[in-house]
Design a binder for this molecule. Structure first.
Ligand SMILES: NC(=O)c1ccc[n+]([C@@H]2O[C@H](COP(=O)([O-])OP(=O)(O)OC[C@H]3O[C@@H](n4cnc5c(N)ncnc54)[C@H](O)[C@@H]3O)[C@@H](O)[C@H]2O)c1
Length: 283
């Protein structure tokens, strides 16, 4: 790590997290797994939590093969007391925590008039209440020392509404509110809280949960880059926001959407405005 003349730490040597430790929930697969591997590749110790013990074991082996220190244990992030205990044990095991990326999340799509109480409350429980428990437990630890950083995982669904996803959209809009509130509550005390807002990311959540025709005809068609994000591309943005390179970024929601929300009148196969109208002056 290199300290620059302006006092900032440079990540130029690729080891921005040497000597630091981060808690990742939902770490067994998808964005959480990619984030754990990315942070460890830059020197971090990892406290990894997930419901999926088999996936966690596989991750722990990969992290240890990279030479990382690991505390991995199953956790249901909906359980407040278990989350507090996880953080206390991670601190005891790794000696410190410098931040977190609460990546545990679920999706349960249904038309609103048919959505069950269980599907509404279930998604809110993991994507909002569970993230609150994680932020609160990690935040207490960070406030008790010299600060740190948290990056929550929102979604481009928190830019608008989406049919069939009343539960998911409500959870992600709520998560943005939580993120901004923590940013203004804790920023004065050295804890930065930001979020990333991905479009479709190529993980089991989207591969298992989204009909192929919706994926091709709507998501990819309207995404200027024409493809899903890789989990590693989201992990790279999370790592940036956790790092000292983002030292003045607090309360931000960074879109990682391939340009989806850059404009609304876009369509890969459809008419181009200029061609349709005979040029911008013909409109
Ligand atoms: N994949 C996408 O297209 C996409 C887009 C935008 C936002 N996101 C968000 O990113 C986050 C990660 O999504 P992903 O695509 O990696 O999903 P994923 O389904 O691939 O992985 C989620 C992980 O969370 C774990 N998990 C679920 N409930 C849990 C609980 N109660 N306690 C502990 N662990 C639990 C699962 O076991 C799984 O390992 C979620 O918040 C999701 O909403 C995903």
């Amino acid at each position: 790590m290199t300290r620059l003349s302006n006092g900032l730490i440079s990540g130029a040597d690729g080891m921005r997290f040497s000597g630091k430790a981060y808690l990742i929930t939902g770490a067994a697969r998808g964005i959480g797994e990619a984030t754990a591997l990315r942070l460890a590749s830059e020197g971090a110790a990892i406290a990894a939590a997930d419901l999926d013990g088999v996936g966690l074991d596989a991750l722990a082996h990969s992290l240890q093969a990279q030479g990382a220190r690991v505390f991995a244990r199953t956790l249901d992030t909906r359980d407040s007391a278990a989350t507090d205990a996880f953080v206390a044990d991670a601190l005891a095991s790794l000696g410190r925590l410098d931040g977190a990326a609460p990546c545990a999340g679920i999706a349960r799509a249904a038309p609103t008039e048919e959505m069950s109480d269980a599907d509404f409350e279930g998604v809110l429980g993991v994507n909002l209440t569970g993230v609150f428990y994680t932020c609160r437990a990690v935040g207490r630890a960070l406030l008790a020392r010299d600060g740190g950083a948290i990056v929550n995982i929102a979604s481009i669904t928190a830019k608008g509404g989406q049919p069939g996803r009343a539960n998911y959209a409500a959870s992600k809009w709520g998560l943005v509110g939580l993120t901004k509130t923590l940013a203004v509550e804790w920023g004065h005390r050295g804890v930065r809280v930001n979020a990333v807002a991905p479009n479709g990311v190529d993980t089991p959540m989207i591969r298992d949960g989204i009909p192929q025709d919706f994926l091709n005809d709507v998501m990819l068609d309207r995404t200027p880059l024409g493809r899903l994000a890789k989990p590693e591309e989201v992990a790279a943005a999370i790592a940036f926001l956790l790092s000292d390179e983002a030292a003045y970024i607090n309360g931000a929601v960074l879109q990682i959407d391939g340009g989806l929300t850059a404009g609304f009148l876009t369509h890969r196969h459809g008419a181009d405005f200029a061609r349709k109208s005979g040029g911008p002056n013909g409109a």
